[in-house]
Design a binder for this molecule. Structure first.
Ligand code: FE2
Length: 374
């Protein structure tokens, strides 16, 4: 067999190419939007693409699966329950997709999303047992996928992960993410084993009630442009442009700059509404980063735009995205609302029921900053 993992540093996503070196048939799982990397490998190796499998409808990056399957005449496979507006081959639990001498066995492992599947890779000439499992965003390295992207279910995630933990210790685990907003405790390694996770994954050592309350409790903010990206992956929008494709250097300013904002400046708070309601800088207007691409018309191009979040990380990505979209008078506020609060400055509170359950993701991209704006 042939197996290759592709890691996308920009979104923390992993995709995979699996092939039979005997039949030259190949499958790509969780294709990134940049499908050229798979084209090149298929051509170099003389493989013929038979299946393109999306483990689920992604919310944090635009999938390249449809384009790849269309260009290669491959079957586009998703779980039969996937709610998408384009034709696909629906696969179901227990089904096996033959790939030369290999077998790709589908496991329905809902929780992160209702349609999420894992793919067991079996190479019968070597062993009747599976040697690896591609888990999408069910079991991650040191964590499990978050269930709050819409349609997710923490209790279902518990059952799915328990099922995966029933696999033999030696089975190698290859997740859909090695970092990023789909989990909050990923350790950063791109693979693991069932045995290691059973022993050392902190979430998997919880009993069912604790597991469910932990997953339903504090959650990271929804990803940048999630609404547009998910609609695109469902075939209900065409917004591949909503992906942040680079990390341009952008202007930044400290919180002191907010005391003397130009009169026509817009201060854009890109946190979730519950965080905004819990306390925001005066003058800040709320536009959660998840909704940015779908509400881009609300962000004026002819006025200075200052972007703020909790600590300055989300706002940096938003500033970079606005820069990508042609905004030139856009400034990231370093330190964010937390720095404003720490300095003892006044925050405006809305109708907040209590402390927000949104937590800052530990995940950050490298680079992308520049000297402060004047
Ligand atoms: Fe996901």
């Amino acid at each position: 067999m042939y197996f290759k993992q592709f890691l996308d540093e920009r979104c923390g996503c992993a995709s995979y190419l699996i092939a039979s070196r005997q039949s030259r048939e190949a499958a790509v799982v969780d294709a990134a939007l940049d499908t050229g990397q798979y084209d090149e490998l298929l051509r170099e190796r003389g493989f013929r693409l038979k299946y393109v499998i999306d483990t689920h409808v992604h919310a944090d990056h635009v999938s390249g699966a449809r384009r790849l399957a269309g260009e290669h005449g491959a079957d586009l496979c998703l779980h039969e329950s996937a709610a998408v507006a384009y034709p696909f081959r629906g696969v179901r639990d227990g089904e096996e997709l033959p790939l030369g001498q290999l077998r790709l066995r589908i496991l329905h492992t809902p929780g992160h999303r209702p349609e999420l599947i894992s793919v067991l890779v079996i190479n019968p000439p070597r062993s009747p047992e599976p040697s690896m499992v591609l888990t999408g965003d069910s079991l991650l390295v040191g964590d499990v996928g978050r269930p709050d992207f819409g349609g997710g279910d923490a209790a279902a995630q518990y059952e799915s992960v328990a099922r995966l933990l029933g696999l033999p210790d030696w089975v190698a685990v290859f997740p859909g993410h090695f970092e990023g907003p789909c989990g909050k405790g990923m350790c950063g390694r791109p693979s693991t084993t069932i045995g290691f996770e059973r022993l050392f994954n902190p979430v998997l050592r919880l009993g069912r009630p604790e597991f469910v309350s932990t997953l339903s409790g504090n959650v990271p903010a929804r990803p940048l442009n999630m609404v547009a990206i998910e609609a695109t992956n469902r075939g209900r929008a065409d917004a591949a442009w909503a992906m942040l494709t680079g990390l341009p250097r952008v202007d930044e300013a400290g919180i002191d700059a907010l005391e003397a904002l130009p009169g026509d400046a817009v201060l854009l708070d890109v946190r979730e509404p519950e965080e905004y309601a819990y306390g925001h800088v005066p003058r800040a207007v709320n536009l959660p980063q998840a909704e940015l691409a779908t509400r881009l018309g609300d962000v004026p191009r002819d006025r200075p735009v200052y972007v703020i979040c909790e600590s300055g990380m989300r706002s940096l990505r938003v500033t970079q995205f606005l820069h990508q979209m042609g905004y030139r008078r856009v400034v990231n506020v370093r330190g964010g609302t937390a720095a404003w609060r720490r300095a003892g400055r006044q925050v405006i509170c809305g109708d907040a029921p209590g402390k927000p359950r949104i937590v800052e993701s530990e995940w950050t991209h490298a680079g992308g900053t520049s000297a402060p704006a004047g």
